[in-house]
Write a protein that binds this ligand. Structure first.
Ligand code: NAG
Ligand code: NAG
Ligand code: NAG
Ligand code: NAG
Ligand code: NAG
Ligand code: NAG
Ligand code: NAG
Ligand code: NAG
Ligand code: ZN
Length: 899
């Protein structure tokens, strides 16, 4: 018996089996890989099956078949796989013997998962909450399927069009040892190659104590492609290695010579990406030629060559760099905006497809609500009075939507429809779950109706019913006051809350029309805001001597830096001024209008904009912005958030890490905003909170502009092959509508207002309606929490994990030093959180929930010294009481029992 136990003990993990290197030579790590977009020119299904190969030849199922076959032929061969959305599908279709073979390849480190999220997320237009969820989804599948050997060590964003600091912070907190990418500004790259700064340590947070958010970051030498002349895929034209010396076309020496020039890296190791988009469908071609390359290059060592070529993986390469114990340059800003040439700034996609961007954001809110109600309603919420529901379909649809050609807006139109359809299907599954859960929690099975079109003021139930009740589920961890607007048919309503108390309300139907240039005076500050001017940039058609670059789905390139003002003499209608809301509607033109609202008791001004269909009959593409001009003395500075979390300082015509040669005065100053942007001086701060990701800039002192919509007539030559001209419902162009919340505050209290405002915008209450009066035994009020969370704490995740475990993420939502009141450590008692759950145990996990916190052991790196004082972190007072430091997210698996 003892022997049996021993054999178990010796089964340790050898999954990271790295090939031997040679310390006295230049080691060239060949990394065989494929880049499989989770939708772009084709839908994710078409890519998986290899359907519609007339659009693009690509079939992921064949890639995995072929690679697994080739890996078995030689234990030296390696392959990395990245996109779990695809791998998951393929795995499910394999028989047991194939699954066993794959498991062995994974255990032996011959097949290695890298990155491992459901997709490779976009970095400019995603919100951190959805990014963390999509990573968790992929990483969980890998851990459930392969255990520790399936855990990716390296984050791999070879294609995204610029890199967000918050992504680096998230990867660090998920336990990754390093991060590699392909794209960065061409000026930045040229400088880094010269100074050997292609690899660095990225300190990705100003609030978290190092090394919590420190991430080793490497720029790949050839984007993500093989070096020139070495592409041996069936899709490439490069010459194969012809190694028969008796034949005339013998080319080994020539190929080997070509290979021997590298040299802008610090260590005696270099990484070579051997693969590209959807490559390895016939993996034999690649492996056969790489086998030869390795053999002949290394054979030259006998004649004194100092080059050693090997099959490797990013983790093995990283391990060697770590062993080299060098000191790396420190990076503290981010990699936006990305330009690949002087007039080619990838800043258009920050706004491309504004309706999809909003729908993705709204879907995130719904998914969080769905997840929470699954926990609070218990097991019957998945199978209850309204049938079978689930949150998984929505999780997967959201996972796919984070891809760098999905929410980014850089996919073909038919693929954009497919993403939206998936989200709608996801919500349909969630809707059943939510109905079940609300029935369980309220004790009433009267059906709840959701009004999908409240955004355009359509809700058949409220419009036809004389008496109805409205349910509001608030997914935030605290009480909020939320104005609700409903379309109704009558003119006199009495509105009461759950306790029968009257609620402030009004029915608006008085229109007074007048013409003026409108200003709104904000009572809390002494700032006069001239309202909106809406303008449009005339898109470049590429008829330009310096560069033929057009404006398109990716690229923003205006024909001129001066946008046209839309209809200066706006016709203004004051709708109403009452005790609850002041509302002003402005029509700038038949396709641009805006409603400005100031709610009683709220400090923010709401701008609801409607833009479209953008007319293009004049042959001009248009990029529509709203520009806020104030008397704030902001000079060249403005501030934008990173994936909805920490804020970075921006400065016009300036980059913190290199001497910028500005070649596009507008497009080269655009940055992504995911939740907010602001300008400030000593006395005032104007903050704009957005409802989706957009592009923004400040080009003049006191001015802040946000791009709302774009409609273009030309493709921009980055592969999508279509002009960005969304047809909308009636094929005459998409109408986009959205909200901006504006606050004027002194700078030192601004965060106290914009942090909760932005979280409220992201996690919106879910409204549902019931006709008539609720039955007598209906429970009208319910809270899943025992009490409100402290103001600094945000409930980021609450979702069912296994039968009796739930995953919870608590987040400190303030940065260090940004709020006098809230930028302090705050403590929460995990046992006293929920009203319906008994918490029996808690285990802390990494941010990605694929590793226990106590097992996390990341590689350590030496950075060049910083002079900035580093923030300190406070400790937990007891096992149940957990302390959150500014910007910290803590992830726990709770063992629970329903009360
Ligand atoms: C499993 O699938 C592989 C690949 O499709 C096939 O070659 C093999 O014969 C199958 N094995 C069994 C036992 O069905
Ligand atoms: C790594 O380098 C640092 C100095 O940069 C030195 O203090 C340390 O001892 C080195 N570690 C090893 C394992 O060589
Ligand atoms: C309103 O919301 C629906 C989905 O609920 C969406 O399809 C539609 O595009 C939205 N309309 C506008 C004008 O945003
Ligand atoms: C609104 O009320 C009128 C009069 O009661 C009725 O004729 C009409 O059908 C109602 N409209 C809707 C959309 O229910
Ligand atoms: C707008 O841009 C187009 C394309 O570059 C150009 O041909 C046209 O003259 C511009 N129109 C105006 C009014 O500036
Ligand atoms: C703007 O349009 C004019 C007129 O067609 C053209 O000469 C100029 O090159 C365009 N500039 C850009 C940047 O597209
Ligand atoms: C300007 O606005 C007025 C009022 O909405 C509208 O009638 C007119 O058509 C607009 N002009 C243009 C050029 O859009
Ligand atoms: C990873 O999966 C294994 C089963 O493969 C499980 O026992 C383990 O608890 C999982 N780890 C985490 C951190 O969830
Ligand atoms: Zn890609």
């Amino acid at each position: 018996m003892a022997g049996l136990y021993l054999s178990f003990l010796f089964q340790l993990f050898f999954c990271l089996s790295c090939p031997a290197t040679n310390p006295s030579m230049l080691n060239v790590h060949l990394v065989p890989h494929t880049h499989d977009d989770v939708g772009w020119l084709k839908t994710v299904d078409q890519y998986y099956y290899g359907d519609r190969n007339n659009i693009q030849h690509a079939g992921v199922q064949y890639i995995l078949d072929s690679v697994i076959d080739q890996l078995q032929k030689d234990p030296a061969r390696r392959f990395i796989y990245v996109e779990t959305a695809f791998f998951y599908r393929w795995w499910k279709q394999q028989n047991q013997s194939t699954q066993r073979i794959v498991t062995q390849l994974v255990n032996e480190g011959r097949l290695e998962f890298i990155n491992g999220g459901w997709c490779m997320s976009d970095e400019a237009t995603t919100h951190y909450s959805a990014v963390i969820d999509q990573m968790t989804l992929g990483l969980r599948f890998l851990n459930d399927t392969f255990g520790e050997c399936g855990r990716p060590r390296v984050a791999w964003h070879i294609d995204p069009f610029g890199h967000a600091r918050e992504h680096a912070s998230i990867f660090a907190q998920m336990g990754y040892d390093g991060f590699f990418f392909g794209r960065l500004d061409y000026q930045d790259k040229a400088r880094r190659m010269k100074t050997k700064e292609m690899e660095m340590l990225w300190r990705a947070s100003e609030s978290l104590t190092p090394p919590l958010a420190d991430l080793f970051t490497g720029v790949l030498p050839n984007g993500y492609n093989p070096p020139e002349g070495f592409c041996w895929d069936q899709s490439c034209d490069d010459a194969p290695i012809r190694d028969d010396p008796d034949l005339e076309d013998y080319n080994v020496d020539e190929i080997v010579q070509k290979f021997l020039n590298a040299g802008f890296y610090k260590a005696n190791h270099i990484i070579m990406t051997m693969g590209s988009d959807f490559q390895y469908e016939n993996a034999n071609l690649w492996y056969k030629n790489m086998d030869k390359l390795i053999k002949y290059v290394n054979a030259l060592q006998a004649k004194g060559s100092k080059v050693n070529v090997l099959y490797s993986t990013p983790s093995c390469y990283l391990q060697e760099l770590n062993l080299a114990n060098l000191t790396w340059p420190l990076k503290t800003d981010d990699f936006f905006p990305y330009a690949d040439d002087a007039h080619d700034f990838w800043t258009g996609y920050f706004t491309s497809r504004p309706a999809l961007k909003l729908y993705e954001r709204l879907s995130n809110s719904r998914l969080q609500t769905c997840n929470q109600l699954e926990v609070l309603g218990g097991p019957k919420s998945k199978s209850g009075p309204f049938g079978e529901g689930d949150s998984d379909t929505m999780s997967k649809a959201m996972g796919v939507a984070q891809h760098h050609d999905a929410v980014s807006g850089t996919e073909k139109q038919h693929v954009a429809y497919d993403y939206a359809r998936r989200l709608a299907t996801g919500w349909a599954h969630c809707e059943v779950l939510v109905r079940n859960s609300l029935a369980i929690l309220s004790g009433s099975e009267a059906p709840h109706v959701f009004c999908e079109n409240l955004n355009i003021s359509v809700c058949p139930l409220t419009e036809s019913s004389h008496k109805f009740s409205m349910n509001v589920y608030n997914p935030l961890g605290r009480t909020v006051s939320w104005p609700v607007r409903l379309p109704v048919n009558g003119s006199v309503y009495s509105v009461t809350d759950a306790n029968g108390r009257a609620v402030d309300s009004q029915v608006g139907n008085v229109f007074i029309s007048l013409k003026c240039t409108c200003y709104i005076y904000d009572m809390k500050s002494s700032c006069l805001l001239p309202l909106l001017s809406v303008r449009w940039y005339n898109a470049s058609a590429g008829n330009n001597k310096e560069s033929p670059q057009t404006s398109g789905a990716y690229i923003f390139r205006p024909n001129s830096s001066d946008p046209f003002v839309i209809n200066k003499t706006a016709e203004t209608q004051i709708v109403t001024v009452s005790s609850t809301v002041q509302e002003v509607t402005q029509w700038f033109s038949p396709w641009v209008s805006q409603v400005v609202r100031l709610y009683e008791g709220h400090r923010e001004l709401e701008l609801e904009w409607t833009v479209g269909p953008v007319p293009v009959a004049d042959g001009l593409g248009k990029e529509v912005i709203t520009r806020l001009d104030t008397d704030i003395k902001s000079s060249d500075y403005f501030y934008t958030d990173s994936n909805g979390r920490e804020v970075l300082e921006r400065r016009k015509d300036y980059r913190p890490t290199w001497e910028l040669k500005q070649t596009e005065p507008v497009a080269g100053n655009y940055y992504p905003i995911n939740s907010r942007a602001y300008i400030k001086d000593d006395k005032h701060q104007l903050t704009v909170v957005t409802d989706r990701s957009q592009g923004a800039s400040s080009l003049y002192n006191g001015s802040l502009e946000i791009m709302l919509h774009r409609r273009l007539l030309y493709d921009d030559y980055r592969g999508v092959g279509e002009p960005l001209s969304e047809p909308g419902d009636f094929s005459d162009g998409l109408v986009a509508r959205g909200r901006l919340l504006l606050t004027f505050t002194p700078p030192d209290t601004a965060a106290d207002v914009h942090r909760p405002l932005a979280q409220g915008m992201v996690l919106q209450p879910l409204l549902s309606f019931q006709d008539g009066t609720p039955s007598a035994n209906t429970k009208l009020e319910f809270s899943g929490l025992q009490t409100d969370l402290p103001p600094a704490v945000h409930l980021l995740t609450l979702s069912q994990w296994d039968e009796d475990t739930v995953l919870i993420r608590l987040e400190h939502q303030y940065q260090a030093k940004e709020s006098k009141t809230h930028s302090q450590p705050v403590t929460v008692n995990l046992q006293k959180l929920f009203s319906t759950l008994d918490v029996l145990g808690a285990s802390e996990m990494s941010l990605g929930a694929n590793q226990w916190k106590e097992d996390m052991d990341r590689l350590q790196w030496n950075a060049e010294k910083t002079s900035k004082p580093l923030p300190l972190s406070a400790k937990d007072p007891s096992p149940w009481e957990v302390t959150l430091n500014p910007m910290e997210i803590r992830t726990f698996l709770l063992r629970v029992r329903q009360l």
